[in-house]
Design a binder for this molecule. Structure first.
Ligand code: UD1
Length: 435
């Protein structure tokens, strides 16, 4: 297994470059399944989740050519003849469940494994399933699989109101609805930029969709979609991660550049909260320039759906608060129990406690290196960030979680002045005697 070994503290300088969005690439890849022919997606990050979905798509029939060096994926979906997504693949990544909408939309039927649990608790797919029913699918559960059929090979279309608003369910229902016989309406739809970029790509393929980026999306089904070439958007979560890192670990008063990002995708809440930390930020056409403050001002945040503060940035914010003078709270209203990083942060000496869905950080305590364990993707990056500001050596174990969502993280961070190495280790090795 691999781990990161970080020697801290380091002061970062220069720039960090944002890659393509994981959470937009995945639905774009699923959309390719809908069109007979080859769809090309560019600016795709070389990440484990992208490779997992490539495999999931491949087993249904298409040829998928992943070109990591060019950050390009070509999906030739001329043949989709086995509309099944097996448990062995779906359990690795929940977004594989997008195949439900993609396969029903393309083939009129699908057999897709239920994804199971997630590192930070139950993450249901009831809205995906109920929504597909409302669009006209007949659904049965069979040995852990969702078996969906559309009468006559095409969904009828229908109206579904989701509560709460869900990114994944909105994507799945769009995938199903765009080739339905009739019209559909998704109420309380997700407005996240990932969904908008994906919906725009569907429109380029010939889909008729109104209301992207609002709470009500209306779709008029079309007979077939055509393949396209589409450029994936920059990763807004990576951009936010790097901005937070710059504020907490950059040289106070020295501008630090975040390149290749799209600041409009950050959402207004993040920008407002970030300004409150004292980091002076100038947004540019392709990113941001962050000038770190002498000391970070503690700012409490609450995660919300877009344009609210993203839940995928709360762990990173928690670590930044540890470097601030004073107390602040991180409340997650999307996932009640997404705090698996907290006990690990405590191992580094960070004064953080959890009460319900809120973590309170009392900043300004010394942060000292230790061995810590990654538990999920965003938790892992928060541990790396803590390691950069901690004094001494921090080993972040099980970084396969991180490989799901951050491309070449160690190389990027080294280029900005961090001391971080990737090393192999034996998880089951017996510890040596210390005396
Ligand atoms: C996506 C993102 C993930 C992010 C999350 C919230 C991808 C691949 N992943 O995940 O990084 O953290 O959005 O911004 O894009 N819910 C239900 N029933 C459902 C579906 C969801 O109750 O059928 C609930 C969830 O438990 C959660 C809320 O809805 O409380 C939002 O989840 P959702 O937007 O669906 O997250 P994902 O699409 O899984």
């Amino acid at each position: 297994m691999d781990k990161f070994v970080i020697e801290g503290p380091s002061t970062l300088s220069g720039s960090l470059t944002v890659g393509g969005s994981k959470n937009t690439a995945l639905p774009l890849m699923a959309a390719a399944v809908l069109a007979d022919g080859t769809t090309t997606v560019t600016n795709v990050p070389d990440l484990r989740d992208v490779h997992t979905l490539s495999k999931v798509i491949r087993v249904t029939g298409p040829d998928v050519a992943v070109r990591p060096d060019e950050h390009t994926i070509e999906i030739d979906a001329s043949t989709v003849d086995d509309p099944v997504s097996p448990y062995e693949l779906v359990k690795k990544m929940r977004a594989s469940f997008y195949m439900l909408g993609a396969l029903v939309g393309r083939c009129g039927r699908a057999r897709v494994s239920l994804p199971g649990g997630c590192a930070w608790g139950p993450r249901p797919v009831d809205l995906h399933i109920e929504g597909m029913k409302q669009l006209g699918a007949e659904i049965e559960l069979d040995e852990g699989y969702v078996v969906a059929k559309a009468t006559g090979g095409r969904l009828s279309g229908g109206t579904f109101r989701m509560e709460p608003s869900s990114v994944g369910a909105t994507v799945n229902l769009l995938l199903g609805a765009v080739t339905a016989r009739g019209g559909s309406k998704i109420e309380n739809a997700a407005m996240e930029p990932d969904v908008v970029a994906f919906g725009e790509a569907l429109k380029k393929m010939g889909a008729q969709i109104d209301g992207l980026g609002t709470r009500t999306i209306e779709i008029q089904g079309v007979d077939a979609l055509t393949p396209i070439e589409v450029r994936n958007t920059p990763d807004r979560i990576e951009m936010g991660t790097f901005m937070i890192l710059a504020a907490m670990a950059g040289e106070p008063g020295e501008p630090f550049e975040i390149k290749n990002g799209n600041h409009q995708h950050l959402g207004q809440a993040f920008k407002d909260y970030f300004r409150g930390t004292g980091a002076d930020t100038k947004y540019t056409d392709d990113g941001a320039i962050v000038t770190p403050p002498e000391t970070v001002t503690p700012v409490s945040i609450r995660t919300e759906t877009y344009p609210g503060f993203p839940t995928d940035l709360q762990a990173q914010w928690t670590v930044m608060l540890a470097t601030a003078e004073g107390e602040a709270t991180v409340t997650d209203t999307i996932y009640d129990d997404r705090f698996k990083h907290v006990p690990e942060l405590q191992r580094l000496g960070i004064n953080v406690t959890v009460d319900g869905n809120a973590a309170t950080v009392r900043g300004g305590q010394p942060i000292k290196g230790a061995q810590v364990m990654s538990t999920d993707l965003r938790a892992s990056v928060s541990l790396v960030m803590a390691g950069i500001v901690a004094s001494g050596r921090t080993d972040v174990l099980r970084i396969y979680h991180l490989d799901r969502g951050y491309e070449n993280l160690a190389t990027k961070l080294r280029s900005a002045g961090a001391s971080i190495e990737r090393q192999q280790y034996d998880e089951f090795a017996e510890p040596e005697r210390t005396k």
